[in-house]
Design a protein. Structure first.
Length: 207
């Protein structure tokens, strides 16, 4: 709070989950799971996904967009959406123009993270940045993983590619983040730049 950042507590998140768990005891639309594999873990599974969209009944209209909604009719029926207009658009990127490469000797699983693994990831990232013209986006599983890569000298290594570097800041305001993205995109007219962020964030989706 003293640094002007929103407070974050992992213990608090655990407490919130446990309170939520207790509040749902007796509900038949949730499945309660407990596993003792590799320690104790608790999981809640919603058996009626339409409950997640109950707020839709209170709005004039809503647009649902995703590359994973098909079959659209099934999504509409399962989520209980009425008076829906369904529209499917063609693939924006041709399959032959999308190259997918997988490195099987690295992992972001908690027990497998180490400086050695982070350095190996940095090697792959830097090599890709050198080969890809213009702008490049690098998105990690979490801010913790991103920090691990930075501690393995990712930023220093990327400086050697000649591209500008922009790092998504946790807790940044919308205005600050919009300015960051605008500056990043502007470099597409030159040598290009590298944007470092996290998956599921505002920059990996929607930009």
């Amino acid at each position: 709070i003293e640094k002007g950042k929103p407070p974050r507590s992992y213990i608090g998140r655990v407490g919130e989950f446990l309170l939520f768990w207790l509040s749902l005891i007796g509900r038949e639309d949730y499945h309660f799971l407990m596993s003792r594999d590799k320690g104790l873990s608790l999981e809640l599974v919603a058996l009626d996904p339409s409950k997640a969209l109950s707020f839709v009944k209170n709005v004039q209209s809503a647009i649902f967009m995703s590359g994973t909604l098909t079959p659209l009719e099934a999504f509409r029926d399962v989520m209980g959406i009425e008076n829906a207009k369904l529209k499917k658009f063609p693939r924006m990127v041709k399959r032959e123009n999308a190259q997918v490469l997988v490195a099987k000797d690295v992992s972001t699983r908690g027990e497998e993270r180490s400086m050695e693994v982070y350095k190996r990831m940095v090697d792959y990232i830097v090599e890709a940045v050198k080969l890809i013209p213009k702008n490049v986006g690098v998105f990690t599983a979490s801010y913790e993983v991103l920090q691990g890569l930075l501690s393995a000298n990712l930023e220093v290594r990327l400086e050697g590619t000649g591209k500008a570097i922009f790092i998504e800041k946790q807790g940044a305001t919308s205005q600050e983040n919009d300015l960051l993205v605008a500056k990043f995109k502007a470099h597409a007219r030159g040598k290009g730049a590298v944007l470092l962020g996290v998956m599921g964030g505002r920059n990996s989706e929607g930009q």
